[in-house]
Design a protein. Structure first.
Length: 190
């Protein structure tokens, strides 16, 4: 069984929206506008690219990343990696060329089936709505969080507000950096 890993830049109050400067959000670009850049705080991002066997995205994140990431040196390891987009509306004709094999999954059942295949970990970038659904369905195995010392108030959140039983997490790796960013790697306890 493959491990499904959610990776996120997240504010202390749980916001994950527009960390890299995406248009349309009041605090867009919050990861670099308000926090000193320290390369060591982002070491986990390079490690994720080396260790992942596939990438899973929601439609909105796919449409934001696919025109940009294929040409970016920072994301070179993702270029040929198999990608899966979870969407009920995305058509095959809207998939970009030159970013490796990309498949569309139409349901969380198809995500669960993907986890049953052979291969390395499946990494989920962005995709706030998808992440909420994956978490609520019990499909997330691990969280890689870079927690920023910011309170952003409104914005898309990593976790849903669904009324559900408590889910225990086990901290397996952590580090705090001088800029206030905290790395938290948490396994979901089953």
């Amino acid at each position: 069984m493959r491990t499904l890993i959610t990776t996120a830049f997240i504010s202390l109050d749980g916001v994950v929206e527009a960390p890299g400067g995406e248009a349309g959000y009041r605090n867009s670009g919050w990861t670099f506008k308000h926090t000193e850049f320290l390369p060591e705080a982002f070491e986990i991002k390079g490690r994720e690219q080396k260790e992942a066997g596939a990438m899973l995205l929601g439609r909105v994140s796919y449409e934001a990343f696919s025109p940009v990431w294929p040409a970016m040196e920072d994301f070179a390891d993702y270029k040929e990696m198999p990608k899966y987009v979870v969407s009920t509306t995305l058509g095959e004709d809207r998939l970009v060329d030159g970013w490796g094999e990309t498949s569309i999954l139409r349901s969380l059942d198809e995500v669960a089936a993907l986890k049953e295949t052979e291969g390395g970990p499946i990494i989920v970038h962005g995709s706030a709505t998808l992440n909420q659904a994956l978490s609520d369905a019990g499909l997330v195995d691990r969280y890689h969080l870079l927690v920023f010392p910011l309170l952003l108030g409104a914005g898309k959140r990593l976790f849903s507000t669904t009324d559900k039983d408590a889910q225990k997490l086990r901290l397996v790796e952590h580090e705090a950096y001088s800029n206030g960013v905290q790395k938290q790697v948490l396994d979901v306890v089953r």
